[in-house]
Design a protein around this ligand. Structure first.
Ligand code: GAR
Length: 200
């Protein structure tokens, strides 16, 4: 049966596009039933609308606490009956007010290897660490989101991304994003077909 995916984004949505394309081509036995952004101007909302997928700017209300926002978001996402909720560039930490409703269903993508460069600007920080001779490569990971830990949780997949001496930040970003598009789709596919391997 076709699985239902909800995708949370905050920006460009190139990873969302990879998911939409994979659903469209049949590579993923799934459909994106809703795309939600916390930012009104996220380009990913247009990507969703372009293919007829519901796209929602979920704005924080005046005087609303983080927990209240997360509960309202959780209530909305619940109405979509999602099999998985994919954080594809969602740049907002979800509290237990959201996560407690979706155990083992929230999946995050991060442009770095486990325990390295959590948070924002991970590729830039890896690039700078390489320039200082501190690392030889970077990578990407896909992981479950059990709690409020930032870019942390049971790892579903990782892939090393080499950094070359003549890389600019832009060439490294392109390589990381290409790797993300591939690993995210492959990991969702593995989850949907019960082939995922957990790395404790
Ligand atoms: C991706 O590189 C994703 O891994 C990152 O945001 C980017 C979104 O790109 N997420 C994080 O840094 C989470 N801490 P996209 O909007 O083009 O998919």
């Amino acid at each position: 049966m076709t699985k239902r995916l909800v995708v949370l984004i905050s920006g460009n949505g190139s990873n969302l596009q990879a998911i939409l394309d994979a659903c469209q081509s049949g590579e993923l036995p799934a459909s994106v039933v809703c795309v939600i952004s916390n930012k009104a101007d996220a380009f990913g909302l247009s990507r969703a609308r372009n293919v007829g997928v519901e796209a929602v700017h979920f704005a924080k209300l005046a005087n609303e606490t983080r927990q209240e926002y997360d509960k309202r978001l959780s209530d909305y996402v619940t109405t979509k009956l999602p099999d998985y909720i994919l954080l594809a560039g969602w740049m907002r930490i979800l509290s237990s007010s959201f996560l407690s409703s979706f155990p083992n269903k929230v999946i995050n993508l991060h442009p770095a290897l486990p325990d390295t460069f959590p948070g924002t600007h991970a590729i830039e920080r890896a690039y700078e660490a390489f320039q200082r001779g501190e690392i030889e490569h970077t990578g990407v990971m896909v992981h479950l989101v059990p709690d409020e830990g930032v870019d942390d949780g049971p790892v579903l997949a990782t892939e090393i991304v080499p950094i070359h001496k003549d890389d600019t930040l832009e060439t490294l970003e392109t390589r990381v994003h290409q790797t993300e598009h591939h690993i995210l789709v492959q990991t969702i596919k593995n989850l949907l077909t019960d082939k995922v391997r957990f790395h404790p």
